[in-house]
Design a protein around this ligand. Structure first.
Ligand SMILES: N[C@@H](CCC(=O)N[C@@H](CS)C(=O)NCC(=O)O)C(=O)O
Length: 352
């Protein structure tokens, strides 16, 4: 695994000027520390970020942190994971307690422009929903008038519900929690009629935490757009570039079916022309970078998410990414680099 992640470091070297004289303060600080500090969600979300009883974190969001570590240090394990609640996460990033967030934060206008933070891309395009006990017999969110709803404070979920119920001329009783573990157990112990949040989180919670998953159902309505992705502090473009292009390299690799299991095989079998084409699409266009770029993509490990059926599958990648194909409908001048432009509807949220 180590050799595969080492290529990420080469990728970073392409971004950074020789001697790193122009590195920004965040990049300098991470380098000097020799460790990336990644903010993840307290309580975890199956498939995205989960900690085992040895303290080892796995999941799709964790893979982003590992890949950034590989890009910076040539090793995926130089990461400290800091669990943060919805309330804590942005202040922790602002205060420099973490270098980046990889915790299912929704990219919104306010968060991106008014908090001194930058969202670097979208890793999963989610939307908010509701989960209810089957025995309630509720089939639609429109039947939730007057319901008590467990929801996390400091989340977009809290704001969306209020909008949704107002727009549908319904009322509800919010039951607010900062701690997701408390929120989950309150719901599964019957303290709220419904549990609301990003849909992937609802499915993950049902699988991982429900006493009997079949006793719960996620209602069909998706009441918001939740483009989720990593966040960094505003002001260090180089660090931001590294996080962004690490993410794109992983998505691009997944689209090409390249994983840690087959990278060596792919390197042997692919023609040098196709490898060059891949490297160009990934943005590593300088000569000599082709092989290393192909290797770097082995960080795209989708296996961790599979366990919770929240799989970052090829179709997810295709639906959720900003990336070369997103720009493929737009005319491109010859030799022009790919634009990172969201497809219609796959953009940050204006509200929130
Ligand atoms: N995407 C929404 C939801 C926030 C969210 O998922 N929060 C995380 C903490 S950063 C969480 O509570 N995760 C654990 C759980 O929901 O069970 C937002 O950004 O406000």
């Amino acid at each position: 695994m180590k050799k595969m992640f080492a290529a990420m470091a080469l990728g970073a070297a392409l971004i950074l000027p020789a001697g790193h004289a122009m590195a920004g303060k965040d990049l300098d600080a991470v380098r000097a520390r020799g460790q990336l500090v990644c903010g993840v969600a307290v309580g975890g979300i199956a498939g995205f970020m989960v900690v085992d009883n040895q303290g080892k974190w796995t999941g799709m969001n964790v893979d982003i942190c590992r890949a950034v570590s590989a890009a910076l240090f040539g090793e995926s394990e130089k990461v400290k994971y800091v669990p943060l609640s919805g309330q804590q996460r942005f202040t922790a990033l602002q205060a420099g307690e973490v270098d980046m967030l990889s915790n299912n934060s929704t990219w919104t206008l306010t968060r991106d422009t008014a908090l001194g933070l930058d969202f670097v891309g979208i890793t999963y395009y989610d939307g908010q929903g509701f989960m209810v006990p089957k025995k309630l017999g509720v089939k639609s969110a429109k039947e939730l008038n007057g319901a008590s709803i467990c929801v996390l404070t400091g989340s977009t979920s809290e704001l969306n519900i209020a909008d949704y119920f107002r727009a549908n001329k319904m009322t509800f009783k919010p039951v607010l929690f900062e701690d997701p573990d408390q929120s989950r157990s309150a719901f599964f112990n019957g303290r709220c009629d419904a549990y609301s949040g990003d849909q992937a989180r609802l499915y993950a919670t049902r699988i991982a935490n429900a006493p009997n998953p079949d006793d719960y159902v996620v209602l069909p309505e998706v009441i918001s757009k939740e483009p989720l992705g990593p966040v960094v502090r505003h002001g260090d473009n180089q660090f931001e570039d590294i996080v962004r292009w690490t993410q794109y390299a992983m998505i691009e690799a997944e689209e090409h079916g390249i994983s840690s299991k087959n990278v060596d095989e792919m390197l042997k079998s692919a023609s040098s022309a196709s490898r060059r084409a891949w490297a160009r699409r990934s943005g590593s266009t300088r000569s000599g970078s082709t092989a290393s770029s192909s290797r770097s993509v082995t960080t795209a490990r989708s296996s961790t998410a599979t366990s919770a059926r929240v799989r970052f599958s090829r179709s997810h990648a295709a639906r959720m990414r900003y990336g070369p194909r997103a720009a493929s409908n737009t005319p491109r001048r010859s030799g022009e680099q790919h634009h990172l432009r969201p497809r219609s509807g796959r953009r940050p949220r204006l509200e929130g």
